[in-house]
Design a protein around this ligand. Structure first.
Ligand code: EPU
Length: 348
């Protein structure tokens, strides 16, 4: 375990904001978590767990413990003729894990290729892409409870998983550290390729019965084409969630904007792409000082050199007000803003 006081978080977040942490801790084995209360007054310090920091925006220095759990290991826990239960440690790279599963013939995660971040962060944000959410393949999550100092397994049913969120991101944020995640994967090949952009891409290649490998490669190609690499253009993926609005509201908007894409969300709601709303407000490939939106995707906010998260936050608040004033839709950040109270976009 490495514990540093007042260390910078610049390399610990993909926005590359040089905020500091009162204590920056790197754990390489879950047992080290038990040492934490012995060396630090954990009960008095706020705790923030990071994977790769690819979904966080620091708007000030963090007054507590920022912990990275870089535990490694992938193993098959149990298998039957139809499925496999796979356990991966929280610090494994998400993309490498997806690739390993594909190579071993364990199916279900291929649509989630190339999502930045770690295995441990996947259930926290219920990561999703191209028509699949990780919730569909999750079985349970092992956590260390920073209040009771005990390890326990939490079944998926208790995680309150929904679109890009879970109890790990809300009620249990700062209270538990994910150490391992178990997934239930299929042996059978049941490709999910209804997502319009994916279907179009595969069809154009003449692939009409895609294998999981085809989907994996297509998703990688689509993501590389559309989304910026945070190493070259610091960013945290989609800055906002796609808003979910009642069907009536979406229908009214579609009468005014017939080209607006809509995705059904349950029986009475519709998900509207925030990227489309932002582009429609003129926000694609726009730069204001050190912050901007990506040239091929308006939902991705790029840090072109800001050294304070507040500068990025101010820019995001401008985007928020624009969509609110034009469409009457209040976007919610997908990026975890730390501290959360900093997000008050209605104030100019
Ligand atoms: N669109 C625009 N203009 C833009 C961006 C998008 O008109 O600037 C339109 C697209 O043409 C498309 C629709 O909006 O018709 C949806 O766009 P896209 O397929 O790029 O997906 P998204 O809804 O913007 C979501 C996830 C992504 C994930 C993609 C692919 C959220 C908040 N984001 O984006 O996840 O990769 O679907 O499935 O749900 C992330 O979470 O960080 C992330 C990148």
């Amino acid at each position: 375990m490495q514990c540093e006081r007042g260390a910078t978080l610049e390399d610990w977040n993909t926005f590359r904001i040089p905020a500091t942490a009162a204590y920056r801790i790197l754990c390489t084995h879950p047992d080290e978590l038990q040492l934490l209360p012995e060396i630090l007054p954990t009960a008095e310090l706020p705790l923030l767990v990071l994977g790769n920091g690819s979904n966080v925006l620091f708007t000030e220095n963090y007054p507590g413990i920022v912990l990275r759990a870089s535990f490694r290991g992938i193993r098959c826990v149990e298998e039957d003729p139809d499925s496999i239960c796979v356990e991966a440690a929280a610090g494994e790279s998400w993309h490498e894990f997806v690739h390993t599963c594909l190579q071993r013939g364990w199916h279900g995660l291929e649509n989630l290729a190339l999502i930045p971040g770690t295995v441990g962060a996947a259930p926290v944000h219920n990561i999703g892409a191209y028509g699949v959410e990780v919730a569909q393949c999750l079985e349970s999550v092992r956590v260390w409870d920073s209040v009771t100092h005990e390890f326990r397994w939490i079944p998926t049913t208790e995680l309150a998983l929904s679109y890009r969120t879970s109890a790990l991101r809300t009620a249990w944020l700062g209270k538990v550290v994910v150490t391992h995640v178990r997934f239930r994967l299929r042996r059978a090949v049941q490709p999910s390729w209804d997502y319009p952009e994916l279907k179009e891409y595969l069809t154009a290649l003449g692939i009409l019965k895609p294998t999981p490998e085809d989907i994996f490669h297509a998703v990688c190609a689509l993501r590389r084409r559309k989304l910026p690499d945070p190493t070259d253009f610091p960013n945290a993926g989609s800055f906002f969630r796609n808003p979910i609005v009642p069907v009536e509201h979406a229908e009214e908007l579609q009468r005014r904007y017939p080209t607006m894409p809509c995705f059904p969300h349950g029986d009475s709601a519709v998900k509207i792409p925030a990227g489309w709303l932002l582009e429609h407000c003129g926000w694609k490939n726009i730069r204001r000082g050190n912050v901007g939106t990506w040239k091929r995707h308006a939902l991705v906010v790029i840090n072109h050199g800001a050294t304070s998260g507040r500068e990025i936050l101010r820019f995001a608040a401008t985007l928020w007000r624009s969509v609110y004033n034009y469409f009457g839709i209040a976007l919610e950040p997908e990026v975890l803003i730390v501290p959360a109270v900093a997000w008050q976009p209605w104030e100019d």
